[in-house]
Ligand binder design. Structure first.
Ligand code: DUC
Ligand code: ZN
Ligand code: ZN
Length: 469
């Protein structure tokens, strides 16, 4: 394998800021030091004037994901290529338990699909049923398969939702084995009543998605998940937190030293529910779950990032095309043109997380550059059993390195991104700060606009104990 030198690197980790050279051998950081001498045979990247960041870690994606009648449009190949162009070199993706079958069957299928990945990928397993055999299978997944986190849905009754008793059993098993339970916290049955009432009254537009999923019901479910995890003595990770009420529940628990962690996503930090007032069916692009919220919730989320009650920013990249072509109706928002409840719930974002957080967090909100790295790489790696292999730049770590120009101004355009999805939530948004080069385990895979990576180069990440900070 080639030896690589990143020269004059302004290294930024969650805790440090310094200038040094980074010598990479066999895909790992071998030496960090001043003026490291190398021969002519060494590939050298001069990082002067750029920030040298650890590759981003996105622990919430849905690639090639079956969501009942809908399917996400990115394969592992296309989705992880897009991730790489956005400076993300590690993805932890959601894998379904097939209805009525073992989660191990779902994992086998997920492994077949993830073979096209261009960056390293791990799996969280979504459980939609918890019986005695599932509990045994969870142990196998944790100890034998390197899957040390699970996801449970409190929403979508009759589809993905599991009852509180089952949630308690799964959390207790996961916690006892060093695994993390991720929860989608919304009160599914109450939301279902609101959806049925809206449809009966002929309220069918995308805005109804937001109106039928109130923040109060996110707050209620978050509180319930926390209390159940507390009884189970298990760590808990609240995914895609969007509402002030949910954040208040997390904060209250963390103040009592309960092991509760939470992430939010760029769309909740940079967009509001005003997007649902767009004309025609355009609001369907913003139908993610939970929905976009009002300004007061957005302000609460930014405070949560400051107080560390929100510890991670991940994307929930769940891409469905707006238009039917060229991939077909199953991949399209148009399924819900006459009925908001049939719009596939999910939005894209895998390629824009780092630039948005740099521009909106570091430049506009005064977030430190170390905190930016912590939120987008280090803490997700630690919480999900990947640190110190991923999430930092240190001797022995995988040489996943992003050279980032903090001053380049550019505009987000779906026509220039690498996902197969046909729109961006952030179309036309000017941002400052851009990924210039990406090394994945020492291999240059992104060089400006040029793609040097390859499908199949990504490895499966067998993960360790979760929740260790
Ligand atoms: N939850 C997710 O995490 N992703 C997509 C849809 C959903 O409800
Ligand atoms: Zn969810
Ligand atoms: Zn998701």
């Amino acid at each position: 394998m080639t030896t690589v030198l990143v020269k004059n690197a302004h290294v930024v980790t969650a805790v440090d800021n310094y200038t040094a050279d980074i010598l990479i051998e066999n895909g790992r950081v071998h030496t960090i030091g001043m003026n490291i001498p190398v021969g002519d045979d060494v590939e050298v990247h001069d990082a002067s004037g750029l920030l040298t960041l650890p590759g981003g870690v996105d622990v919430h994606t849905h690639l090639d994901w079956d969501f009942g009648v809908a399917k996400t449009v990115d394969t592992f190949g296309t989705g992880t290529k897009a991730a790489a162009f956005g400076g993300t070199t590690t993805v932890v993706d959601f894998c379904n338990q097939p209805p009525g079958e073992s989660p191990l069957v779902g994992l086998e299928d997920w492994h077949r699909r993830r073979e096209s990945a261009c960056v390293d990928v791990g799996a969280h397993v979504i459980l939609n049923q918890v019986n005695d055999q599932t509990l045994i299978d969870m142990k196998t997944l944790i100890a034998g398969e390197g899957v040390t986190s699970f996801k449970l849905f409190m929403a979508y009754p009759g589809v993905m939702m599991i009852e509180d008793g089952a949630m308690f059993k799964a959390m207790r098993m996961a916690g006892g084995q060093g695994a993390m339970t991720c929860v989608h916290a919304e009160n599914g049955p109450v939301i279902q009543v609101l959806i049925e009432e809206a449809l009966a009254e002929g309220r069918t537009s995308p805005k109804q998605h937001m109106l039928t999923r109130p923040p109060l019901m996110e707050g209620e479910a978050t509180h319930r998940a926390i209390r159940i995890s507390e009884l189970a003595d298990a760590p808990l990770y609240i995914v895609h937190l969007s509402a002030g009420e949910a954040l208040a529940a997390v904060r209250e628990a963390r103040d009592r030293d309960i092991r509760v962690h939470a992430e939010t996503c760029p769309h909740y930090l940079f967009l509001t529910d005003e997007e649902y007032d767009r004309p025609d069916f355009d609001g369907a692009k913003y139908v993610a779950t939970p929905p976009l919220r009002g300004h007061e919730h957005q302000a609460a989320l930014w405070r949560g990032l400051k107080t560390n009650d929100l510890e991670v920013v991940s994307t929930d990249h769940c891409p469905f095309c707006f238009n039917e072509q060229p991939f077909g109706m199953k991949y399209s928002k148009q399924q819900g043109v006459d009925d908001f409840s049939r719009i596939p719930n999910g939005a894209p974002g895998i390629e824009t997380r780092l630039p948005l957080m740099y521009d909106g967090g570091v430049r506009k909100q005064g977030m430190s550059i170390n905190r930016f790295v912590e939120l987008t790489a280090t803490t997700p790696a630690k919480l999900f059993g990947l640190f110190p292999r991923k999430g930092t730049i240190a001797v022995g770590s995988d040489a996943d390195i992003v050279l980032f120009d903090p001053d380049e101004e550019w505009t987000i355009r779906a026509s220039e991104h690498h996902s197969r999805v046909d729109y961006s939530l952030f179309e036309g948004r000017p941002v400052t700060g851009r990924v210039k080069k990406v090394l994945m385990r020492g291999q240059l895979i992104v060089d400006g606009a040029e793609w040097l990576g390859r499908e199949g180069a990504g490895e499966f990440l067998s993960r360790g104990e979760c929740g260790i900070l």
